[in-house]
Design a protein around this ligand. Structure first.
Ligand code: DC
Length: 236
């Protein structure tokens, strides 16, 4: 969409769901389409996990993780190479996707003090020009008052295959069995932790993306956004 001004200040569209549901891809596409901000909230937890590892700390220790969360310098920025995540001013996007960081992120995200420390930062998004934010608790905890929320899901086997494909495209070596087991384990941890577990907000619009293309899902989501906010934003 060319030549459109960023509009929709104050509008935040939460896109929650498990790993591999397509939530990051879709929240980015929505932000691109509407010239909004985009935040990959999982990358913040990954940044905390990576910071703990780089300090030689233990991600299972709430205080060590909370210290890193409170001092975090993080930015999700659109660059000529697409949306990239910056940690302490350096592009850490690829680093943040490492398997050891996925593990650490899953652990630090179970600590209530860590989640609390990251709330204000997440809530600073969308004030000027609207924002698409993907995560696990964006619609339930971070922006519970959002008028329109999405919850994307997909069959676990489909999600595992998508992760394989993503790594193949990047030329990263992986052990399929280990990776599948790790995704299932993280899924379980995300859904069953005491604090802000991955659950669908009661008023979220649920989409099963197992058999849908990215373009199909985008069309459905933009249609919903138009119905809800069409008078406030330019959706041509
Ligand atoms: O979406 P992701 O796989 O990059 O997320 C990394 C970890 O962070 C994952 O274990 C779930 C957790 N997370 C969370 O607890 N809350 C969020 N809003 C986003 C991610």
């Amino acid at each position: 969409m060319s030549g459109k001004q960023a509009k929709g200040g104050g509008i935040v569209v939460p896109v929650d769901g498990p790993a591999g549901s397509g939530k990051s891809t879709l929240a980015k596409r929505i932000a691109d389409h509407l010239q909004w901000e985009y935040l990959e909230s999982g990358a913040i937890y990954r940044a905390v996990g990576l910071s703990v590892l780089e300090m030689g700390g233990n991600p299972e220790n709430p205080e060590e993780a909370a210290r890193q969360a409170r001092n975090l310098s993080f930015e999700c920025r659109k660059t000529p190479q697409g949306w990239r995540n910056f940690l302490n001013g350096r592009d850490a996007t690829d680093n943040l996707r490492e398997e050891r960081v996925s593990e650490a992120a899953s652990m630090v995200s179970t600590h209530p003090v860590v989640r609390e420390a990251l709330l204000d930062f997440q809530r600073s998004y969308g004030r000027d020009g609207g924002a698409g934010i993907d995560g696990r608790d964006i619609g339930t905890v971070v922006f519970p008052a959002a008028r329109l929320k999405f919850f994307l899901d997909a069959d676990v086997e489909v999600r595992i295959q998508r992760r394989f494909q993503e790594l193949r495209e990047k030329g990263v070596d992986f052990d399929p069995e280990k990776l599948g087991a790790s995704l299932r384990e993280r899924d379980h941890r995300d859904r069953h932790r005491a604090q802000a577990p991955l659950i669908q907000a009661k008023d979220a619009f649920r989409l099963d993306t197992s058999n849908l293309s990215v373009d199909d899902v985008l069309r459905i989501m933009l249609d919903r956004i138009a119905r809800e906010y069409g008078q406030l934003i330019d959706l041509r």
